[in-house]
Design a protein around this ligand. Sequence first.
Ligand code: GUN
Length: 279
Amino acid sequence: MAQLIDGKRISKEIKDELKEKTARLKERGISGCLAVIQVGEDPASSVYVRNKKRACEYIGIESLSYELPAETTQAELLQLIETLNSDKKVTGILVQLPVPDQIDENKIIKAISPSKDVDGFHPENVGALVSGLPGFVSCTPAGVIELLKRTGVSITGKNCVVIGRSNIVGKPMAILMLRENATVTIAHSKTKNLKEICKNADILIVAVGKPKMVDASYVKEGAVVIDVGIHRDADNNLCGDVDFDSVFETAQAVTPVPGGVGPMTIAMLMHNCVEALER
Ligand code: GUN
């Protein structure tokens, strides 16, 4: 039977540490704020945005909310970002993704000042990550590393398989595991012999975007399984990319959905927001 990796508890631990830190910074007259932009009313995005603003409130940093209509043009959004880039009071800027089709996501990501890019999506921050230089790191992969470390999972020398190659999760995840001295394989939808490759993993990180795709037949006895997915199943319950019940018997440790990686993403966003203040 697997150990349950409690992301909710660990994220609270991190937010409490950050809360103390922001209080100390405030005593020194250092404060700032996170500008959160949402374009349109995607229900999932609205939940994420609400949780991000709540987390800001919890750790004691101000947040500014920009809820723009779905018809917002790219020029209008770029103009807002430009204004926020120049506003000294604003220390972090976040545009919730996805944005509507008329807006080019990459243009938006590039427009945010790298020093305010608390999502860690700007090519300058991605480049810094790859080169091992300081910069903001994408929150979900950073959260996975923090989960592993705070659960006492050693990474050095381990075989790690990441399923998924997105810019937000898979690619930065692989780089971070490499930085922690794992031997890393990135698998994706075109990978041949996926099961065989996954069966070789000591640490299996699943960010594939398919509900309950990974069952026990993908998992080596005693492996650590991290589930980055989040979906609604046929009964409208939340589930991940991993078939939790199936994997629970085989794995040494596994993250639940909800309550695993999700809360860690927000904790690491708060970490980045505090880092932006400290700069
Ligand atoms: N959409 C899904 N995940 C994220 C994230 O981490 N940041 C932003 N801005 N949008 C997202």
